[in-house]
Design a protein around this ligand. Structure first.
Ligand SMILES: [Zn+2]
Length: 54
């Protein structure tokens, strides 16, 4: 199943594992939302993951 995380800015990360989608979101936060780095942790992001049926 595909993992998806939608950011409030409209960015959508999709990957086929939890760790991969979390890494994509962390990179997105660093580039687009540096004020959230250190506030939103990998465990927070894990809670945002939606599962998309393939
Ligand atoms: Zn964003």
């Amino acid at each position: 199943m595909t993992r998806q995380v939608r950011c409030e800015c409209g960015y959508t990360a999709r990957a086929d594992s939890d760790d991969a989608v979390i890494a994509m979101v962390l990179t997105h936060l660093e580039t687009d939302h540096p004020d959230l780095v250190g506030t939103e942790t990998a465990e927070d992001i894990r809670g945002w993951i939606e599962l998309l049926p393939d």
